[in-house]
Write a protein that binds this ligand. Structure first.
Ligand SMILES: Nc1ncnc2c1ncn2[C@@H]1O[C@H](COP(=O)(O)OP(=O)(O)OP(=O)(O)O)[C@@H](O)[C@H]1O
Length: 276
């Protein structure tokens, strides 16, 4: 709850509609994430993962009475917390980052010279060339520049929305190791969305918690990872289960649930309320 410094992220009674006449994308969400945790959220398309990340980043205003959205003990909207980094896919679409600007100038324009050590480490991990021109690089290369840009500042909370999807496996592996070591060394908290098409190799050792969202709610709250004989997930999975198997089972349950709803005449989410 707000005021408890053990939890970096504390959410309660969060309901959110993108449009007033559609079904809510998040329904009465409660969430507590301890400081230093690294949580992967699994869920089918449209489960509400990105919407939740965007709200935690303060990018979507929530006006639902009673909703509490606190990051680092601060109200995300009224007293926005410092040290929160959100990395989402829309960044690469921004015309500014597609202009004729050299990477070194671009990174310096956002203070890269002040974080030279971390910047150089990230340039190395992400294999980014300071002489690249932003308008002349591939989407994957632009993504690597974005990661360098977003991660070079010391963040306390990192909200990752799919941005590792188009990295090659070597770069991605190095980056995950960097993020893991960074979060362990500084007690920084990471929440990331796992896309259904994600490559799972190398991800197994990354999270401290995994969670499952479906139709705007958590069907499994963040649970300690890996699965051990005394962990909450042992009722669903055998100790030592891989993240790949967990995701497969949860996504299959999501599909079964959707088919059941459709059989019973329920329209897909996003339909107007008066059509549901
Ligand atoms: N900008 C928007 N305007 C209206 N509805 C939206 C918008 N963004 C998302 N939604 C709706 O909110 C719901 C949750 O979407 P969200 O993008 O959060 O899901 P997700 O779990 O991240 O899905 P995916 O894995 O497919 O990216 C979906 O029904 C989606 O149609």
């Amino acid at each position: 709850m707000p005021g408890d410094s053990v939890d970096t992220i504390s959410v309660s009674q969060l309901t959110y509609r993108h449009n007033p006449d559609t079904e809510p994308s998040l329904i009465d969400v409660d969430l507590l994430l301890p400081r230093g945790s690294r949580t992967i959220v699994v869920g089918a398309n449209g489960a509400g993962k990105s919407t939740l990340l965007q709200i935690l980043a303060g990018k979507r205003l929530v006006s639902t009475p009673g909703a509490h959205i606190f990051v680092k003990d601060r109200d995300v909207f009224r007293d926005s917390p410092p040290g929160v980094t959100f990395l989402g896919t829309e960044w690469a679409m921004n015309p500014v980052v597609r202009g004729d600007i050299v990477v070194s100038a671009f990174l310096d324009s956002v203070g890269g010279y002040r974080h030279k050590e971390r910047r150089d480490k990230l340039l190395d991990i992400l294999d980014v060339d300071l002489d690249w021109h932003m308008h002349n690089i591939s989407d994957g290369e632009r993504r690597r520049v974005q990661l360098c840009f977003g991660l070079m500042v010391d963040w306390d909370v990192l909200l990752l929305d799919e941005v590792t999807v188009d990295l090659d496996v070597l770069v991605r592996d190095d980056l995950l190791n960097f993020l893991k070591a960074d979060s362990e060394a500084r007690g920084a908290t990471i929440l990331c969305k796992l896309h259904a098409t994600h490559i799972f190799d190398g991800l197994n050792n990354f999270p401290t918690h995994v969670a499952h969202m479906r139709l705007g709610t958590f069907v499994t709250q963040p649970a300690a990872w890996p699965v051990t004989s005394d962990s909450a997930l042992v009722s669903q999975f055998a100790p030592g289960t891989t993240l790949y198997n967990v995701a497969l089972q949860w996504l299959k349950e999501d599909r079964d649930n959707r088919q059941e709803l459709e059989k019973n005449g329920r329209k897909a989410r996003g339909a107007r309320r008066d059509q549901v």
